[in-house]
Write a protein of this length. Structure first.
Length: 415
């Protein structure tokens, strides 16, 4: 393949992916708007027309905003690649540092900083515009800036040493460097899973033991039935950033813990909370989390092998606007353009995730109550302004959870 051919292939894939994103977004927004006037019959008793229309307006606003983000991201990618952005930053980094590794770390750090600054306005509009307009944002400007600073310091403290090690391995380990990099990345990922609950998450939120004795007893009985051990059940102050409710598992090995948002506890009763937790335990029982970890590790191994092949191809660099290749530019170019070429594989991951959700729902129906899970989900749809009428193509492409109507229908059959 020549550099010109690869440039043409890249531009075709980029334009095609953006057009598909815009087409799906337009379908979704139009479909939600057409069904705004009436609550679907299966939800009419539980969700008011006002709540349904608020969810529709929220969905349309987010979808339209997402269309702008898609176009902007594509323009940034072109500026960094064919526009000469990476080439210019690489020249600057080499002026500052003589060492190939130091200049490579500098290159990637500079691009990360610039990209963060250029996309910051969109984060501000999303948080203090759309989320605030629909009553979800509770974050202050001070907290937003504090989160930004903490994230940057964590990225620098954890990411830069890892990046330096990866660049060194790519230079020193010969043709099979990608195996060494993969092993380091796997170890680092497992370490992050282990330390996240106890060291990283508390930097951003407060975690307190569940104080409701009745709910605590109900949850402990459920955990005993399901054979699940955790290091504790905690309530997180999610309300200081958003009024959205959620619950999740976090951690690895002995550091596993169950976390409820405080906003979730305000809206669900004990039986509904038990059903929601039973659903999460269903993911554990069916080994969904382990499957995803193994799949991610296997996929990364394949991607690093592919990068090892492209690393030696001059057309790969020249076709993306880099005339002076380096180890760092190899890494940057590959992971910048990878989403463009893999965009159409997205529905496969979404399908698998929805399949897992159905399995976890079925497990919750056996261990707790299908009716209680239905009631909890309906409340979450209402309180989080989740649309009840998504476009089927958009849902198939993006949604990690089944559409509300299909999910509730499946639970009612189980009930």
């Amino acid at each position: 393949m020549t550099a010109h051919q690869f440039t043409g292939l890249f531009l075709f894939a980029l334009v095609a992916s953006v057009l598909v994103q815009l087409w799906l977004a337009l379908r979704h927004a139009n479909h939600v708007r057409r069904h705004r006037a009436a609550v679907p019959a299966e939800f009419a008793e539980a969700i008011s027309l006002e709540s349904h229309q608020r969810a529709a307006d929220y969905t349309v606003a987010k979808t339209r905003f997402g269309m702008l983000v898609s176009i902007y991201d594509a323009m940034l990618l072109l500026a960094f690649t064919l526009g000469g952005g990476i080439e210019a930053l690489q020249a600057l980094s080499r002026e500052w540092f003589a060492s190939e590794i130091a200049s490579g770390v500098c290159l990637i750090a500079l691009l990360g900083i610039i990209h963060g600054l250029l996309t910051l306005p969109f984060a501000l509009v999303s948080t203090f515009g759309i989320e605030a307009r629909f009553g979800f944002n509770t974050m202050t400007w001070r907290l937003f800036l504090a989160d930004l600073l903490k994230t940057a310091l964590l990225a620098a403290g954890l990411g830069l040493p890892l990046l330096a090690l990866v660049l060194w391995l790519m230079q020193q380990m010969g043709a099979h460097w990608w195996l060494w990099v993969w092993a380091v990345w796997v170890g680092f990922s497992l370490l992050l899973m282990w330390i996240f609950p106890t060291f990283i998450a508390p930097l951003f939120n407060k975690f307190e033991p569940l104080a409701d004795a009745g709910l605590q007893a109900r949850i402990e009985a459920l955990l005993s039935r399901c054979g699940f051990r955790s290091s504790g059940i905690f309530v997180m102050d999610g309300s200081k950033r958003s009024s959205h409710g959620n619950a999740y598992f976090t951690g690895f090995g002995s550091s596993k813990r169950i976390v409820f948002f405080d906003t979730l506890l305000k809206h669900l009763d004990g039986e509904e909370m038990e059903a929601v937790l039973a659903h999460e335990l269903g993911h554990f029982r069916h080994r969904h989390i382990l499957q995803r970890i193994v799949w991610t590790f296997a996929l990364m191994l394949g991607l690093l092998w592919l990068l090892g092949q492209l690393k030696e191809q001059a057309w790969f660099y020249a076709g993306l606007g880099v005339t002076t290749p380096s180890t760092a530019s190899t890494l940057l170019l590959f992971f910048l353009v990878l989403p463009v070429f893999t965009f159409l594989t997205g529905p496969l991951g979404s399908w698998l995730s929805r399949k897992h959700e159905y399995q976890a729902d079925a497990y919750a129906a056996r261990q707790a109550s299908a009716s209680a899970l239905i009631a909890a989900l309906v409340k979450l749809y209402r309180d989080n302004a989740a649309t009840l009428t998504p476009d089927r193509w958009h849902s198939m492409f993006y949604d990690s959870h089944p559409p509300a109507a299909l999910r509730i229908a499946a639970l009612r059959r189980l009930a």
